[in-house]
Design a protein around this ligand. Sequence first.
Ligand code: GAR
Length: 187
Amino acid sequence: RAKVGILISGRGSNMQSLVAASRAADAGYDVALVASDKPEAAGLAWAAEQGIATFALSPKGIGKPAYEAAIDQALRSAGVEVIALAGYMRLLSGDFVARWRGRIVNIHPSLLPLYKGLDTHARAIAAGDAKAGCSVHIVTEELDDGEVLGQAEVPILPGDDATALAARVLVEEHRLYPQVLTEFVRR
Ligand code: GAR
């Protein structure tokens, strides 16, 4: 079974779905570490309660290179082989991505290549799109770029605001991410 490290910045609901799915016999992976750039992230407390190793460090005051070196060290100490970003709201440096090339995946709440970056749901509604969704992709130096490994779609319904649409997409994120991660660690 592959050892996965999950990086979060907040709530961590995708992290929770990855952890829950990892408990299945055929998941193909175990979650070895949950790390965050936000020591107060709600997801960290949840992971600790589950008995999962956690690591928290803010880049504030120490700078990005020192911060990323510490995260890298924590991941390697935990034996992590694959990194899953789950609501991790920071851009990883080219150096960090190079050290883990092809071994970092991310979930993004849009049908990539549409709507890279923030405010994906509001932008999809404003554009008059009929559908939205989420994508799991390999992380490269470019924001929300890299090979798309899987996507799920939902309809955009009349009267949707960003909150309503985000909730509909999130249900699909929780289903898609564990499925794609299981396929990814096997390939
Ligand atoms: C999720 O919708 C995820 O797709 C999105 O943030 C949310 C995190 O929720 N990620 C991004 O926007 C990445 N740029 P969670 O903490 O409950 O998983």
